[in-house]
Design a protein around this ligand. Structure first.
Ligand SMILES: [Zn+2]
Length: 562
């Protein structure tokens, strides 16, 4: 069923940040230039959930050997039967180019390419944004069914809703065909499996013109350069996203926003329902506090702006990170600001608030681990995800003290492992390739549970002052360079030679072994309910109907986050 956008829309205009760069000056010399330049023009029609456009990519051929140029179209990674994003034509240096789809997310362009020579590719494309329905989120019913012993273990492929439109908001991640990331002197063609993030590209500059109805507000992770009125109720919004490894557009007729400048960073938080204004303000409080903390702890936040968008998410995501912009699942806003009755019989308001805070801080931490320190999210998802959740733990210690932070660790991180075990999935070494996970519950248990807990153990082994000193040096040194976990492990060993063998055995135990039950605990339904009840024991009988109601009420607690 097609949903129609509200006919009466409020026209909103950003009161425009002065046109500037997204990347702050301190980092200007850290990126190896030149980087690819994208110029994109899009006609966006959100009422019909379609867009078309063209782009020009100017880049230096990055490989030492002559191979085809590879483009990635991650908008097609949802596993649907038809392509969301398709290519009409490709020109290479002004001539029609031969190209073919290797798979839905990978396109190969034929040509004779010379290393380090400059090329211009012009692409015409069109896209259809799938509808994000409420039902899309219902894979969590399968969690419930499995807990009650009636489950099947099948989990549908999904793209977390990052490319599609709900009744209110369009998420348009991976907007255009983009150059594949270069890994080890070759294009990265890693397959998408429906779990985990797609592999972000290499850093590039993007200028994006979006023509859209004047009733629509379009938001991007880039800075807004100008917004001009055209004929027939159309508006052209121009964004500039420099030095980013991904771009995103968010569009809605119903966006409201609040904005504040804090310590030189412009924060804008977008929301839809009037009642969510308080949470939008709160999201800026939390994000600015986290950005301040990580800037002091690791290295300065690299961009001049930071945006938070309440957006529809599916498939278990609580939020998704992009450079300088994060989306937070709108269900969280509904849950916290909605009908008090919805919060259920046992679930405490404190715990929901903690989750809201955690999701924001986790996504903020990705600005360091996946943007500032880029890593391969397909082969080493434990690096950026593990460090993002571990960093959230550091934030909670800093803000609330050790005792409260431990509760947070139980509720938001250890729970992922416990859930996995309660559902009957085996412990896995952290070093497991994505395609070897049985499904997303196992993936979540290891990547969002076990991996951050490994970093907690590492932190405790090194000691907090030394850990902070060594890791912050490492972050500053690795800024904008592709990084693997082994580089952190080796840095810690080199700086703490007396602990090198303990570091090595800790790494082996967690990355190659299956000692999760010993190290983390296996958990029980009683433990789970205790987590959900903010650490207090629950005296309930396990009447299935009552349990089912309880789990339904606390449904969203089983979502993981990205
Ligand atoms: Zn994440």
């Amino acid at each position: 069923m097609r949903r129609i956008f509200d006919i009466i829309c409020i026209i909103l205009f950003l009161s425009g940040s002065a046109y500037g760069q997204l990347l702050i000056q301190e980092y200007n010399s850290r990126l190896e230039k030149p980087i690819p330049q994208y110029k994109i023009e899009i006609n966006l029609d959100i009422e019909n959930r379609i867009y078309s456009g063209k782009e020009r990519i100017v880049f230096k051929y990055p490989l030492s050997k002559d191979k085809d140029v590879i483009l990635r179209l991650f908008a097609n990674s949802g596993g649907g039967s038809e392509r969301n994003l398709d290519i009409k034509s490709i020109m290479l240096d002004g001539k029609t180019a031969e190209f073919f789809f290797v798979d839905d997310t990978t396109v190969s362009i034929r040509g004779d390419f010379v290393s380090k020579k400059s090329y211009t590719i012009e692409i015409e494309f069109s896209a259809t944004l799938p509808e994000i329905t409420q039902e899309s989120t219902d894979i969590f019913l399968s969690t419930l069914k499995q807990l009650l012993g009636q489950g099947s273990s099948s989990v549908t492929e999904n793209n977390y809703g990052i490319f599609g439109c709900s009744a209110n908001i369009c998420n348009i991640a991976s907007v255009v065909p983009a150059l594949a990331k270069v890994n080890n002197d070759d294009w990265s063609t890693s397959r998408m499996t429906g779990m985990g993030d797609y592999q972000r590209g290499d850093f590039a500059d993007y200028e994006i013109d979006v023509v859209h109805d004047d009733s629509v507000l379009v938001v991007s992770n880039g800075v807004i350069k100008k917004r001009e009125s055209l004929k027939e109720g159309k508006v052209r919004s121009r964004f500039f996203a420099d030095s980013v490894n991904d771009i995103i557009l968010e569009a809605s007729c119903n966006f409201n926003y609040v904005r504040r400048e804090i310590n030189g960073v412009l924060y804008i938080s977008y929301y839809v329902n009037d009642r969510d204004k308080r949470l939008a303000e709160l999201s800026i409080d939390v994000a600015s506090e986290a950005i301040g903390f990580f800037s002091r702890y690791y290295a300065k936040y690299p961009y001049s702006e930071f945006k938070i968008v309440s957006a529809p998410m599916t498939g278990g995501a609580g939020g998704v990170e992009f450079p300088a912009l994060i989306t937070i699942g709108d269900f969280l806003y509904d849950e916290i600001d909605g009908d008090e009755q919805r919060t259920g019989e046992f679930i405490s308001y404190d715990l929901l608030s903690q989750m809201f805070e955690f999701v924001i801080v986790h996504e903020v931490a990705h600005q360091w681990f996946s943007t500032l320190i880029p890593s391969d999210s397909r082969t080493e998802p434990y690096l950026d995800e593990g460090l993002a959740s571990f960093s959230a733990y550091l934030y909670f210690i800093n803000k609330y003290g050790e005792v409260e932070a431990k509760k947070f660790l139980d509720n938001q991180i250890r729970l992922n492992y416990i859930m996995m075990r309660l559902l009957g999935y085996k412990d896995m070494p952290i070093n497991t390739p994505i395609e070897n996970y049985e499904n997303m519950f196992q993936y979540a248990g290891i990547i969002y549970g076990k991996a951050p807990l490994f970093f907690v153990k590492l932190y405790e082994l090194i000691g907090k002052e030394r850990f902070r000193f060594i890791v912050s040096q490492w972050v500053k040194e690795r800024a904008f360079k592709d990084t693997r976990l082994i580089s952190l492990i080796n840095t810690l060993k080199a700086n703490e030679p007396a602990k090198a063998s303990s570091i090595e055995s800790l790494y082996k135990r967690w990355f190659e072994g299956r000692y999760g039950d010993e190290d983390i605990g296996k958990g029980s339904l009683k433990d789970l309910l205790k987590f959900l009840n903010n650490g207090k024991d629950l005296d309930i009988d396990f009447n299935l109907d009552r349990l089912k109601k309880f789990l339904e009420d606390t449904f969203d607690m089983f979502r993981e986050y990205r």
